[in-house]
Design a binder for this molecule. Structure first.
Ligand SMILES: [Cu+2]
Length: 194
């Protein structure tokens, strides 16, 4: 006897709720005269914030540079010194923490766990659990997720600052890989049905 359709739907829903967090992501960091930033040159300089398990891909965009970790920290890496546009150097970060690095030509190790000159940081936050609808990332889906959900829709920058490291999949209610107005109706349905 075939199982009833509602059973398959229920199983699918359960599998969706229990699936692990977002798959590991790769964050690009641009390397140029004379800084490191997740934004291309000319845009605001922003250091990378990633989740444990994610990778950083430094991408050379102009000038002769390198990326080297400061000596006084647990994570160690060093790229070659190159001016090849499009050159990339990739590293996965599995442990939460703030990691400093610098360009060996235009920056320097302060030997106190920080760097100066052409330098940057990688902030690794613990991987956030995937709980569908958990917009405030407090580990549950409830009415307290309504305000943050709306905040993310109208003021995404404010939301990101208030809930850093929150799993973006939590608010992708319709599962189409993006967060937008099409997630409102399924969000409301999820609230009503839970
Ligand atoms: Cu440099």
């Amino acid at each position: 006897m075939k199982p009833p359709v509602w059973c398959a739907i229920a199983m699918f829903g359960l599998a969706t709720l229990l699936s692990p967090g977002a798959t590991a992501e790769v964050q690009t960091v641009y390397v140029y005269n004379f800084d490191f930033s997740v934004n291309p040159q000319g845009e605001p300089i922003v250091d990378a914030v990633i989740e444990a398990g994610d990778s950083i891909r430094w991408q050379w965009a102009g000038g002769l540079h390198s990326v080297r970790s400061v000596a006084d920290q647990s994570e160690q890496w060093a790229s070659s010194l190159t001016s090849t546009i499009g050159f990339t150097f990739e590293r996965t970060f599995n442990n939460p923490g703030v990691y400093w690095y610098y360009c060996t030509l235009h920056g320097f190790d302060n030997f106190d766990g920080t760097a100066g000159g052409m330098a940057g940081t990688i902030t690794v936050v613990p991987a956030q659990a995937f709980i569908l609808g958990d917009a405030n990332c407090d580990g549950r889906f409830d009415n307290f997720d309504i305000d943050p959900f709306v905040l993310k829709l109208v003021e995404p920058g404010v939301y990101d600052a208030q809930y850093p490291g929150c799993n973006p999949d939590n608010t992708d209610i319709n599962g189409d890989g993006r967060f937008d107005n099409f997630d409102i109706d399924p969000f409301v349905d999820l609230l009503i049905s839970s």
